[in-house]
Each structure stands twice: as structure tokens, then as C-alpha cells.
Design a protein around this ligand. Structure first.
Ligand code: FAD
Length: 496
């Protein structure tokens, strides 16, 4: 994985940068320059790639962030924002010549506003802590990534994260009302608020999913919803993944939008069951977990309809949770599926393509064929209702060549997603993982237009460089690029 070459001039003034950053932050220990201490930040959830940052800074106030960014911009230093470091696409991977800006100390809930059905929180608050703060009063925050116990709301916005309940309630972008953000120039700006859509460009929409490339989010206003009257989860088992995939499309096609509809294949079912005894049937090849919420009578009606559809698709097992403890057990298996799969293979790489639901049977079949072709096992556990695939490719990094084989296999899966009318990422972001595949999905002109938007926020490309875009362009170059005698302008810009 090629990253921009470290800038030797920046590295040469590291001691000066440490001294000046210590002047900016109130707590001098919040500037970390010791190699052993920096180790904690060397990777995110995509742990196959590691890099120590030059310096890590853990500010406590918006003013400190603004000063740090102004200082780094003036000194020509790159900055990588970081929440909890659970990104699965390498979005928070540090740079050898960069400052890693940790938002962990921004962990306060600032306001709970039931009248406006919203909360104002700092970006380092974990996703689950938002729901926990209002649960007793009958409210919750809907997007629920499986990593919700650890990941931060700032990271969720940067990645436009999803989760089990996004099928019915939308992704992060549909549940965030406003943010405060600091630009690389140190300016503090506000987008959105407690009100509904403002006039003008939807800049909040632009920032959501911008992967730390446009600004540092310092405050977030999220929607909260009333806890549904009743909730029940149904386990439906099938003799093949293709049949389960077919059933997903048919349920949605029948006009039913479950609160969540997840799918696990044999590897994932067995790994999760062994890990946390969720009560899954072990004699099936694929399992759907379908959650329904709302008035009891509505749930019963849809549950019956779903059973009929599933039976027509060849389902062999259907079981509905009888109480809250059983429902939670069904979900515990799904939510622990990633770590559970980690127990059956020394390493795994989690992919994240999204396809039109109707293509699920075809893509699942083709993935099985690719698995045989590459000689690597693949476990599937994913947001089936959204068509958001999470194939976990199992490999052993200690075996020479296996990581590379896994990367090629992963790339083929993502290309397949694009081929059937889908996209490279559903919720984990592009980061470094899918950066070099962006050309499969976007034309050169598409990518340039996206980079022009980046230039409007960060003209010198200081925020999180090396991520998302397969080729770095200088902003001036994007205005007009004239190639004379085949000589590429700005030859000094790193091109991956
Ligand atoms: C076991 C496991 C399960 C997961 N399940 C899901 C899932 O179901 N759904 C899902 O969507 N994701 C999932 N993820 C991925 C990950 O948890 C999400 O992408 C999450 O939103 C990242 O949040 P974070 O706080 O860890 O951010 P980080 O990993 O620290 O950063 C992610 C990106 O956000 C940027 N960033 C972070 N904070 C800020 C900020 N304040 N301002 C600007 N940019 C910022 C970083 O620069 C980086 O580009 C899972 C990860 C793991 C390890």
C-alpha cells in the first residue's frame, strides 16, 4: 500500500513542532512524542497496515484544535483526525510525517433536548453512550454499528456509519441534524442545528462520510427516537445462502421494511454460536435475523407474512424470540460475529461492498466460486436488507503471499459489486483500503470534481492525505491541467 512519501523537512523540525504544540495545549502530556507511547495509535481496525505517527496530540478544547490546525497549516504539517480507531478501511492510519489528532477527550454529552427530540454531544462520545443517556426515558439513537460500544459519533459521521437498524431508520447521515467543525485554516464553522433542513448547499451532507478529509468535527447534534412499543426478532434458516438472499429481496418487495434484516452464513453462524451461545440453528447454511418493531398487532401480521415468504424460498427453520432476553441473545451472536470469526482464523479482512438487493443470490454464489479460486475461506455476516455485504476473508498473514492473495480476492469482490450495479463501500468508508479501486467506480472527471470540493475546504491537502483519492492532485492543477509533450505537470505530487 503506497502512501505519500514523508516530507523530510517536516521530520527535521519534529522537536520544534513538539515544543510549539506543548505551548498550545493546556496539558503538556497531551502531546505524545515517545515511540512506545505512540504505538497505541499505529493502526486502526484495518490492522494489516501500521504506521507510527510523528506526533500525537490529544486536545481538550475547540480553541486548542483551532490553534493546532492553524499552526500545522502554517508549518506545512499534515493532520489525521482520530476517534476510537475502529475504522475498518484505514481512515485513521497515521502518517510518518503527520500529527495524529485524537478526539478522545471530547467525551461529554452537552445537552438532552426531548422537546426537539435531539441531543448535543462532543465527537468523542461513543455511539452506545448516546442511547444509554436517554434509554431510561424511552428514547434511543438509531444507527447502531456493531462497534457501537467503542466507536465515536465523530468517527460515525466521518464514515457515515450504518448498523442493523439503518434499514428502517437510515444511516448516520439521516440521523445527524448539525455539527460544529474546525477547518484546516482554524476556522470554526457550524452546519445545521436543531432545526430541519436549512437553505443553501447541503454541506452537512458533504461532511457526513468525508473521512476526516474536510475538517475536524467538534460538536454533534443527533436525532433521537422514541423506543418502539414492541420489538421481536425472528431467526430464519435456509439450506443455501442464495435462497436466503432471494428471501431478502422478496420480503422488501412485498412492502415490508423490517427494523433490521441481517444475514450470516455457516462459518459465521458456527463461530458466533461457539463464542456466545446465541441459540442459532447449526444445521443450516444461512441464517436471516429479521427484527420487527411497532405495535404488537402489526408485528404479528408481518411476522406471519415473512414466514410465508421464507417458506416459499425454501426456509427450513423459523423461530421468533419469546422474550427480551432471547431477542438480545439473537443479536449478541450477530454483534459478536466479527470477533467470533477472529477466533477461527489468525487474520481476516472485512470487505464492505453494497449491491442492489436483487443481486444477492448471484453475488453470494460468485463469491463462493472466488473463494475456491483463491483458496481462501470467506465468512459472510452482513446487513442483508441494505444489500451491504461484509465478506470476511480468512487468511494467515504469517504465510508469505496470503495477505496479497486476500487483497486480490477482496478487490475482485468489490469489482463484482460495482459490476452488478452496486458501490465500493456501504458504511466502512474508502480510506486506504479501497482507495486504489475508486477508478473502478468513478471516472477521472468524477474524481477531479470530488477533489475540487476537497480543495474548497483544505486547499493544501493537509487533512488526512493519502486516503480516499487514488491520485493526489494539487488544487491549482484541478482548475486546469495542461499536459505538454506528455510531461505531467506538478511532477512532485505523489501519485499512487
Ligand atoms: C468489530 C467492528 C465492527 C464494526 N461494525 C460496523 C458496523 O456495523 N457499521 C459500520 O458502519 N461500521 C462498523 N465498523 C467500523 C467502525 O467502527 C466505524 O467506521 C466507526 O464509525 C469508526 O469510528 P471511530 O470513532 O473508531 O473512528 P476512527 O476509526 O478513529 O476514524 C475513522 C475516520 O473518521 C475520521 N474521524 C474520526 N473522528 C473525527 C472527527 N471528530 N472529525 C473528523 N474526522 C474524524 C478519521 O480521520 C478516519 O478517517 C466496525 C468496526 C469494528 C472494529
Amino acid at each position: 500500500m503506497l502512501m505519500p512519501k514523508p516530507n523530510q523537512d517536516v521530520l527535521a523540525k519534529r522537536d520544534y513542532l513538539v515544543t510549539e504544540l506543548r505551548r498550545i495545549v493546556a496539558d503538556s502530556e497531551a502531546v505524545i512524542d515517545d515511540k512506545d507511547d505512540l504505538r497505541a495509535f499505529e493502526c486502526d481496525g484495518l490492522s494489516a497496515y501500521r504506521q507510527l505517527p510523528m506526533i500525537a496530540v490529544l486536545p481538550e478544547t475547540v480553541e486548542e484544535i483551532s490553534e493546532i490546525l492553524t499552526f500545522c497549516a502554517a508549518e506545512g504539517v499534515n493532520v489525521v483526525p482520530r476517534g476510537a480507531g475502529t475504522s475498518l478501511s484505514g481512515g485513521a492510519l497515521p502518517l510518518a510525517d503527520g500529527v495524529l489528532l485524537g478526539l478522545g477527550k471530547f467525551n461529554k454529552i452537552l445537552e438532552i433536548d426531548y422537546e426537539n427530540r435531539c441531543m448535543v454531544v462532543q465527537p468523542g462520545v461513543t455511539n452506545l453512550a448516546i442511547t444509554d443517556a436517554v434509554k431510561a426515558d424511552g428514547f434511543y439513537y438509531a444507527p447502531d454499528p456493531s462497534s457501537q460500544i467503542a466507536c465515536t459519533i465523530g468517527g460515525n459521521i466521518a464514515e457515515n456509519s450504518g448498523g442493523v437498524h439503518c434499514l428502517k431508520y437510515g444511516l448516520t447521515t439521516n440521523n445527524v441534524l448539525g455539527i460544529e467543525m474546525v477547518t484546516m485554516a482554524g476556522e470554526v464553522i457550524r452546519l445545521g442545528g436543531k432545526h430541519l433542513d436549512a437553505e443553501g448547499y447541503d454541506l452537512l451532507g458533504v461532511i457526513t462520510g468525508s473521512e476526516g478529509l474536510l475538517g475536524v468535527i467538534t460538536e454533534v447534534t443527533v436525532k433521537i427516537l422514541a423506543t418502539p412499543e414492541h420489538v421481536s426478532a425472528q431467526l430464519i434458516g435456509f439450506p443455501s445462502s442464495e435462497q436466503a438472499g432471494d428471501c431478502v429481496g422478496k420480503i422488501i418487495g412485498a412492502g415490508i421494511i423490517p427494523a433490521g434484516m441481517e444475514m450470516m452464513d455457516r462459518y459465521a453462524i458456527h463461530a458466533a454460536e461457539e463464542f456466545c451461545q446465541a441459540g442459532y440453528p447449526l444445521d443450516v447454511e444461512a441464517l436471516l435475523i429479521v427484527e420487527l418493531d411497532g405495535p404488537k398487532v402489526e408485528i404479528e401480521h408481518y411476522s406471519k407474512k415473512i414466514d410465508e415468504i421464507a417458506a416459499a424460498c425454501g426456509a427450513t427453520v423459523s423461530r421468533t424470540s419469546q422474550n427480551e432476553a432471547e431477542r438480545m441473545a439473537f443479536w449478541a451472536g450477530r454483534k459478536a460475529a466479527f470477533p467470533a470469526v477472529g477466533r477461527i482464523s489468525p487474520d481476516y479482512m472485512c470487505m464492505d461492498g453494497t449491491i442492489p438487493r436483487s443481486q444477492l443470490p448471484k453475488v453470494l454464489k460468485r463469491m463462493g466460486e472466488l473463494s475456491e479460486q483463491y483458496g481462501l475461506r470467506v465468512a459472510n455476516v452482513f446487513h442483508a436488507g441494505d444489500g451491504n455485504l461484509h465478506p470476511l476473508i480468512l487468511f494467515d498473514a504469517n504465510i508469505p503471499g496470503e495477505l496479497e492473495r486476500c487483497e486480490e480476492f477482496g478487490a475482485d469482490i468489490l469489482k463484482l459489486c460495482v459490476e452488478v450495479g452496486g458501490v465500493l463501500t456501504g458504511e466502512h468508508g474508502v480510506g486506504i483500503e479501497k482507495r486504489d479501486l475508486m477508478g473502478e467506480m468513478f471516472s477521472e472527471e468524477d474524481l477531479k470534481q470530488q477533489q475540487r470540493l476537497k480543495c474548497a475546504f483544505d486547499p493544501d491537502g493537509r487533512l488526512n492525505p493519502g486516503k480516499v483519492f487514488p491520485i493526489l492532485h494539487r488544487c491549482a492543477e484541478l482548475g486546469k491541467m495542461h499536459v505538454h509533450n506528455g510531461e505531467l505537470p506538478f511532477p512532485d505530487i505523489p501519485r499512487f
